[in-house]
Design a protein around this ligand. Structure first.
Ligand code: MG
Length: 398
């Protein structure tokens, strides 16, 4: 039997070990011997066929919800420009940053990567506008929360394997996907919901993935905001972290084109955030005497920026909220997109024969609303727009 966990000898003791995983929801026999029989190959010797977390990563990359991320909005609609981030490219950037942070700290890169790639699987079309609209539609039926829906997708909704619903991911990847959760929902989720009841912490890899998400969107939204013309360099100079690295880049590369200069400053900010998180988190691991993953779970949140860096990232996020996420052009688009979600939801609730049969319920309004929320949440931006036309526009019949 090859050792699938051989790479774990390089991890720090407080990392999440695939070999000590709490396992999957449904039992699966070891993959390697099965492959041997099914693929008619001979002696597999000492080759490793990957750890549990590597298999999680593979299952996520191959699932339908992951491919849908290509056509789901991050901030800008997919058809507003080919160079704007989508949920897919955002997730890839998060995974890259999470892998870097994990490697710096001796954590399990495979787990951090799997969580990062899956962290936005539950998002509706049209970004936060879509989430807000669907949540509003679902107010009388328990609400809609994309994080919980992400877990639902990997636990139940993906139809890919003959033996089980969902992707049957490990506990550690599932707990990382469930970044936050309301108490009432946590009570229904079994072991993966327990930390929201007992107030314990997830693995360091899950904590890292959250910060990688924040670093990725804070930095790439600067670039996309400038590209769209919604942000200006003069505005950005009021942000301390931008003006600091802007000055360094101008001194170091005085004849650089504006395009390269912007990329350089954003890269410097990204690197500074990663370096600060690495050094400060390492010192906290030492001060808190964290020796294993159980210490991690019973401790306070460990991954953190230094007290010097924290106000910088807070200022940057406030700046983006004020100048980009609530820019009047972004709000105008969001307002229109919310109406698409709301009108579709209402029309389906009013007459469920408008729905594909798979999503029609004969049980109750509650059950019907739940199925409609799954249908709408699964749509890409362009599918939702097309569906809107099919339901409401006489020209678009099929
Ligand atoms: Mg994200």
């Amino acid at each position: 039997m090859p050792d699938c966990h051989v790479i774990e000898t390089q991890l720090k003791p407080y990392a999440a070990y695939s070999s000590s995983s709490k396992g999957r929801r449904y039992f699966e026999s070891d993959l390697c011997p099965t492959w041997k029989e099914e693929l008619f190959i001979g002696d597999i010797g000492n080759y490793s066929f990957g750890s549990l977390f590597q298999h999680d990563r593979d299952r996520i990359v191959h699932c339908e919800a992951f491919r849908r991320l290509e056509y789901k909005t991050q901030v800008f609609l997919n058809d507003q420009g080919d160079l704007f981030r989508t949920r897919l490219t955002h997730s890839l950037e998060v995974a890259q940053i999470a892998r870097s942070l994990s490697r710096n700290l001796g954590l399990n890169e495979d787990l951090a990567e799997a969580i990062s790639l899956a962290h936005d699987l539950g998002h509706t079309p049209f970004g936060h506008a879509g989430q807000d609209a669907l949540n509003q539609c679902m107010q009388d039926y328990g609400g809609f929360e994309h994080n919980l829906h992400g877990l639902r997708i990997v636990d139940e909704l993906e139809e890919r394997y003959p033996q089980f619903n969902g992707l049957n991911l490990t506990f550690e990847t599932r707990e990382g996907i469930l970044k936050h959760c309301q108490f009432k929902d946590a009570l229904m989720l079994g072991e993966v919901g327990e930390r929201f009841i007992k107030n314990t912490q997830p693995s360091l890899e899950a904590q890292i993935a959250n910060f990688a998400d924040e670093i990725a969107y804070s930095c790439h939204d600067i670039e996309d905001g400038l590209r769209a013309g919604f942000l200006t360099l003069d505005q950005l100079k009021t942000v301390e972290i931008w003006s600091y690295y802007d000055a360094i880049a101008r001194t170091r590369f005085p004849f650089c084109s504006l395009k390269r200069h912007i990329y350089e400053v954003v890269q410097m900010i990204t690197n500074a955030l990663i370096a600060d998180l690495t050094v400060f988190t390492a010192s906290r691991l030492s001060i808190l005497k964290i020796n294993n993953i159980e210490d991690v779970r019973l401790s306070q949140p460990i991954v953190s920026y230094s007290t010097l860096m924290l106000p910088q990232i807070v200022e940057l996020k406030k700046f983006l909220k004020k100048n980009l996420y609530t820019h009047f052009k972004v709000i105008r688009i969001a307002n229109k997109l919310k109406k698409i979600i709301t009108r579709l939801f209402d029309a389906f609730m009013e007459d469920n024969r408008l729905l594909p049969s798979k999503y029609q319920s004969k049980v109750s309004d509650q059950e019907q609303a739940r199925l409609i929320s799954y249908y709408i949440a699964g749509m890409t931006d362009r599918y939702a727009i097309k569906e809107y036309k099919r339901v409401f526009c006489i020209e678009e019949i099929f």
